[in-house]
Write a new protein. Structure first.
Length: 113
């Protein structure tokens, strides 16, 4: 259910940006959503169709780029993209790792008319 609040946040960001650009409508909203973010793109799309009614974003397409998990190994310094949800460095085997990507969700850009 947190996707409703996220969708409202997206609209609160893109609508003023579109208005300030003199747009008559928003054609597409492009998002980046990490696989570990807990955000379900299908829910965002469903809520957007409802929440955008009567606004410049009504009918806007939603394009989601999925951001994979990226790790940094604190032991050997390597960066990697693990297979599945493995929580260790594929180079040295250390579990002393830090997640550097895959948790984010953000607006990448909007296309307006």
């Amino acid at each position: 259910m947190h996707e409703l609040a996220i969708t409202e946040g997206i609209l609160n960001a893109v609508l003023p940006a579109a208005r300030s650009a003199g747009a008559s409508r928003i054609l597409e909203i492009r998002l980046k959503i990490g696989v570990l973010s807990g955000v379900i793109p299908a829910c965002i799309e469903e809520y957007l169709a409802i929440a955008a009614r009567g606004t410049l974003a009504e009918g806007a397409r939603l394009h989601v780029e999925t951001v994979p998990i990226r790790l940094h190994c604190n032991a050997c310094g390597s960066g990697s993209q693990p297979e599945g949800r493995k929580a260790f460095c594929p180079v040295c085997g250390s579990r002393d790792i830090r997640i550097t990507a895959g948790r984010e969700y953000c607006i990448d850009s909007i296309e307006v008319e």
